[in-house]
Design a protein around this ligand. Structure first.
Ligand SMILES: CC(C)(COP(=O)(O)OP(=O)(O)OC[C@H]1O[C@@H](n2cnc3c(N)ncnc32)[C@H](O)[C@@H]1OP(=O)(O)O)[C@@H](O)C(=O)NCCC(=O)NCCS
Length: 156
């Protein structure tokens, strides 16, 4: 997946969330007003332990864990869902969220069965809306929990 031009400046890696980076993931923080936008990383890691389809990733920049994301790409489906993304409050605004989404889309695009990626966010989450719109995600409307669903069709 090609990110919007000139927007992949931040070298980041996605690493499997495991015992080695668990403490660093749990130390990541959001701004108070962002906390309602995404489940805590403690909840997400607990959820991932019990869900074989959850793919949990530490977002690593310059050797440090700066964020966390989680997605699923079920074996029997052609759609992947990115359902958690956060960048530590001290690291926001540096292009890391965009770089992490680009990397996640690259990783997902390797799975040839996957033809579309969906995401959801609170309708008032302007940062998420703009971030995802930049990749071409198209808003579909609110789901039953009043969260905005947006979908990106993968090319090819
Ligand atoms: C959303 C989030 C992951 C963005 O991460 P980030 O590293 O700060 O974002 P980037 O620096 O890569 O910015 C990429 C684009 O996102 C959008 N964006 C990021 N922060 C924004 C803000 N405060 N207001 C408006 N748009 C914003 C912009 O379009 C920006 O591109 P631009 O700088 O060219 O305008 C981060 O703000 C975050 O963790 N928020 C709390 C959790 C959350 O809302 N997660 C998403 C829903 S699950």
């Amino acid at each position: 997946m090609t990110p919007p031009s000139g927007m992949n400046d931040q070298p980041i890696a996605l690493e499997a969330a495991d015992k080695g980076n668990r403490a660093a993931i749990l130390e990541l923080e959001l701004l108070p007003e962002q906390q309602e936008f995404v489940a805590s990383n403690a909840e997400s890691l607990a959820e991932a332990r019990h869900d074989d389809e959850a793919i949990a990733r530490a977002i690593v920049a310059a050797g440090r864990v700066v964020g966390f994301l989680m997605y699923s790409a079920p074996e029997d489906d052609d759609e992947a869902i990115i359902y958690r993304l956060m960048i530590d409050r001290r690291e926001q605004g540096k292009g890391l969220g965009r770089a992490a989404v680009a990397k996640a889309l690259e990783e997902i695009a390797q799975l040839s069965r996957i033809h579309r990626v969906s995401i959801c966010y609170e309708p008032e989450n302007e940062a998420a809306r703009r971030l995802y719109a930049g990749f071409g995600f198209v808003e579909q409307g609110l789901d039953e929990d009043d969260e905005m669903i947006a979908v990106l069709e993968l090319g090819g």
